[in-house]
Design a protein around this ligand. Structure first.
Ligand code: GCB
Length: 616
């Protein structure tokens, strides 16, 4: 029988006082490095206007017998039988949000049904999965009228097995995507970004043998100490779904002299520890990636793939962050997954190239991907370019922390995020939240979640972005107990914008935990092209002024190990409704949404070039 891919992880979960988590279903790692049948392109769509009666029956159950059937209205004979028709419906591009593709859908939040035909020739002794890079927020999937799977969460990938539903020749898939925000969702209803809906990332069919590699973790051994000279041991596991005990798995890294055959245990897991000949460690200066070849089984049951993986050590030592044993200072910036120039959700090579062009131009070595996992292309590009990443799940401000089912969802998303990107050297921090209210229920929830992240990945420090305290006179004391649960503390603060005047920052005295601190958000709004005095709101000059005073303040905090201004680019947010200044955009960008640099961009470019703020 087929074994759940993550059974081994789930069975050992420390009994959480909140709730046992749902097991992760099969989730294929490295799909972008496999041979797949792409289902990207034009999909027909139909709008199911709220309350979405085609999708939800009055009792809330999902209807399998409406649009999912993909029947067509009788034209010539018989009684009239259907009030919809995908065949003649307009199309949306996948990947892509619906909001920026059809002006009538710009503000649409609700259910849209997608449909497309595809040809397929099933091969014996194979299994086929429909891989969805991300769909915001809930998805319901049917293939040839059979309900295949549901998924909740707008920013992580999922795989649905379609083997039994496929037939030779013409097939069709129908996916209903519901972007409606929910109080018990992650994120919840209040967000400061645009809730783009739809099949926002790549969709493909992945065919694998009956026994196949779904997951692997290949990293530099993370001992209690680190020495660059001794850093030649690689460790981790390869997991083979459906493998019986003793199934051989080959792991080859030719350039590092690794060529070894592993054996799976009864759970299909092949843990390993191997010596590499000599490794060039991954860093900002030397983003070295190795070709890693994996293969399991043999003959027509062989599964194989090749990934590009960097090896490096990241750890916290007192108040320092060490990369390969060397103290580093993160010269970063925040970024939403908002596509430069065209706006909309980032989903193409071109979008990613544009963002990394800005990061390099700015002399950044780090980016916080706010406030949810971005397109996997981002991590791939960062791996190649030597840009370090903070990756976060969308626990943003108010979440139903008191609900066990919300904790279960959060662990599920955390699993999906870590699973997809644990082999990316660029990712150096997992963040479990942003700006959550300081109360015991939330602190317990996030402490458990941080521990869960450590259990899933003991090799990376865990962080969160914290907001508060407010200044008492010139004193700012960070005493949020959540900091106890973190390895690296992200401190957000908006002195000079939401709080006080820019120059007030000069005199502020911070008390912060003795841990590495990243100033994970700071900044001010400015409308690109709007000029005036340095104290005049909305001008580029004032934005620069805010940052210059921030630098004075930050330079007095000895444990600051990184700057992450909010934010690289202006981004759409429907809560930003000051006409002529905001027009539906949060204007804290160093660059406008159409790619025009503000003066503050050049301030960071220079500061980062000269390394003039902060010490490693
Ligand atoms: C914050 C949030 C971020 C907002 C930003 C702002 O503290 O973390 O999501 O967009 O402030 O501009 O208010």
């Amino acid at each position: 029988g087929h074994r759940n891919a993550l059974l081994s992880l789930v069975c050992c979960a420390i009994a959480s006082p909140l709730l046992a988590q749902q097991p992760l279903k099969t989730l294929l790692v490295g799909v972008d490095h496999r041979t797949v049948t792409s289902l990207d392109g034009n999909w027909h769509y139909l709008v199911d206007q709220p309350p979405a009666r085609a999708l939800y029956a009055p009792d809330g159950k999902v209807n399998d017998k409406t649009y999912a059937l993909n029947t067509h209205p009788n034209i010539d004979s018989g009684p009239h039988n259907a009030e919809y028709d995908f065949a003649t419906a307009p199309t949306l591009k996948v990947p892509g949000d619906w909001n920026t593709q059809d002006p009538t859908l710009f503000r649409y939040e609700g259910v849209i049904w997608y449909q497309r035909d595809f040809g397929f020739e099933p091969k014996p002794n194979t299994r086929t999965f429909l891989h969805i890079g991300a769909a915001n927020y809930k998805s319901f999937v049917w293939v040839n009228q059979k309900r295949i799977c549901d998924h909740e969460g707008g920013f992580t990938p999922f795989d649905c097995e379609v083997t039994a539903a496929l037939k030779p020749g013409n097939n069709f898939v129908v996916i209903a995507v519901d972007s409606t925000r929910e109080v018990d969702g992650i994120p919840s209803v209040g967000i400061d970004w645009f809730n783009y809906g739809g099949l926002t990332r790549d969709v493909s069919l992945v065919t694998v043998p009956m026994q196949f590699i779904d997951d692997y973790d290949i990293h530099l051994k993370h001992g209690s100490t680190f020495s660059a000279a001794d850093a030649t041991t690689l460790t981790g596991y390869v997991h083979v779904v459906g493998a019986t005990a003793g199934t051989p798995v080959t792991l080859r890294i030719p350039e590092a002299g690794v060529d070894t055959t592993l054996k799976t245990d009864a759970d299909g897991r092949a843990p390993f520890e191997v010596k590499a000949s000599k490794l060039e460690l991954w860093s900002h200066e030397t983003p070295k990636l190795y070709k890693v070849e994996l293969a399991s089984g043999s003959g027509d049951q062989q599964d194989k793939l090749t990934d590009d993986i960097g090896f490096r050590d990241i750890r916290v030592d007192g108040t320092r962050i060490l990369l390969n044993g060397k103290a580093i200072f993160l010269q970063g910036v925040n970024e939403h997954a908002e596509a430069p120039y065209r706006t909309g959700r980032v989903c193409t090579d071109e979008d990613v190239k544009n963002i990394f062009g800005f990061l390099k131009d700015m002399n950044a070595n780090f980016v916080r991907l706010a406030h949810y996992p971005h397109d996997e292309r981002m991590e791939r590009e960062a791996d190649r370019d030597g840009i370090m990443i903070w990756s976060e799940i969308p626990l943003w401000q108010h979440i139903s922390f008191d609900k066990p089912e919300v904790y279960a969802k959060a662990t599920y998303m955390l699993n999906e995020m870590i699973r997809r990107d644990r082999d990316k050297a660029s990712v150096i921090l997992w963040s479990v939240s942003n700006e959550t209210p300081n109360n015991p229920t939330r602190t317990q929830f996030l402490t458990n979640l941080a521990n869960e992240a450590r259990r899933l990945d003991p090799t990376r420090p865990i962080t969160s972005a914290i907001i508060g305290p407010h200044a008492k006179g010139n004193e700012m004391v960070e005493n949020d107990p959540l900091t106890n649960a973190l390895d690296v503390v992200g401190q957000n603060e908006y002195v000079g914008w939401y709080e006080g005047r820019p120059e007030d920052a000069d005199n502020i005295k911070w008390t912060l935990p003795q841990k590495p601190i990243l100033i994970s958000e700071f900044g001010a709004e400015a409308k690109q092209g709007n000029h005036g005095g340095k104290d005049q709101r909305w001008t580029e000059e004032q934005q620069v002024n805010v940052y210059e005073h921030q630098f004075v303040m930050i330079n007095k905090i000895p444990q600051v190990r990184g700057l992450i201004p909010w934010i690289l680019m202006d981004f759409r947010s429907p809560t930003r409704n000051i006409p002529k200044l905001q027009d539906g955009f949060n204007r804290k960008g160093l660059i406008s949404e159409d790619g025009k640099k503000k003066q503050a961009f050049y301030l960071f470019q220079k500061t980062y070039k000269e390394h003039s703020v902060g010490k490693a």
